[in-house]
Design a protein around this ligand. Sequence first.
Ligand SMILES: *Cc1c(COP(=O)(O)O)cnc(C)c1O
Length: 404
Amino acid sequence: MDFDALFNAELDTLRTEGNYRVFAELERHRGAFPRAVNHGCPEKSDVTVWCSNDYLCMGQHADVLDAMHAAIDRAGAGAGGTRNISGTHHTHVALERELADLHGKEAALLFTSGYVSNWASLSTLGARLPNAVILSDSLNHASMIEGIRHAKCARRIWKHNDVEDLRRHLAELPEGATPIVAFESVYSMDGDIAPIKEICDVADEFGAMTYIDEVHAVGMYGPRGGGVAEREGLMDRITLIEGTLGKAFGVMGGYITGSSALCDFIRSFASGFIFTTALPPAVAAGALASIRHLKASEFERRRQQRQVANLRAGLDAVGIPHLPNPSHIVPVMVKDPVKCKMISDILLDQHGIYVQPINYPTVPKGTERLRFTPGPMHSDQDIDHLVFALGELWRHCALARAVA
Ligand SMILES: *Cc1c(COP(=O)(O)O)cnc(C)c1O
């Protein structure tokens, strides 16, 4: 059997659709981010990164790097085991305490990534709670969908951000069901924000548990970076808050926070927590320093929000269509996978601008886009350069302009 021929046939389908993924091979310059070296071209040129999820550049912050260096010098490289078997370090425990405090909860539980935290927590809740029914927003992230699938419990998909549709589904549940409403705060591809209060109100009406993914909001919103739920004073209305340490906190890892009983339950039953090596202590130390910094400092959030507003104004001035939304994510709509990839290639090769094309299956076909995430370290000149390059390309590719 020629297995490679089977693999290649599948890959060729992706290529003809324009959905084949090519990774940019970069090396970030410490202290000079968003500048990075592009190793993917012969002359190894410098590029400006415009699509990083290290939203606040905390992955470059001196406090974070110092904490990581010090932790390596103190404790070595890896954790040396699962949390249960010699892998729980003092730093993990301190980080869990910090996270619980960030979200105003009794407890927190660390995972090796945000993906694993969603997958493990939702699959455990769905599989272990008697008569569990998970009500999932239709645009929930792949990690939540996979967790829900793995739970093998009853599930219902409600229309994205549609509280009335959620209510209809809740009202239809049989007597004795244990409903869990799972949704996100900031949706990463459109940058829209869930009506958290209204969702909590409906959930309360039907005695449902609430599960929120604040991955794109932690560090970014709220006076201490606790997310949109913190900003809106709603953290105590949510049963479980999930987040990542890999995006605005700039390091790696995922977590949930909630009551002590909830965290103890997931700790005790979730395979994706139990049977995997704990995060390296240095990673935990870096995340701890990052969270502490962002709890006290508004500087990064303010400056980032300013550059988001500046980029939007620049795009508007030259009529480049972008999705309006109340968040920090600036999606520029191309609506064609081949053009989207081509524009991204030209931006990289000719303008030193790196933005990854976002194609199916990350977004629906026909909504292909470039997703820009301005950070506090993008200068006004960086923004001018990007807007100029996009203007040229829009002319070159005869793409539609936004009408003012
Ligand atoms: C990135 C992402 C995750 C996964 O977090 P990682 O820490 O990167 O594994 C979970 N949920 C959403 C909405 C995400 O965008």
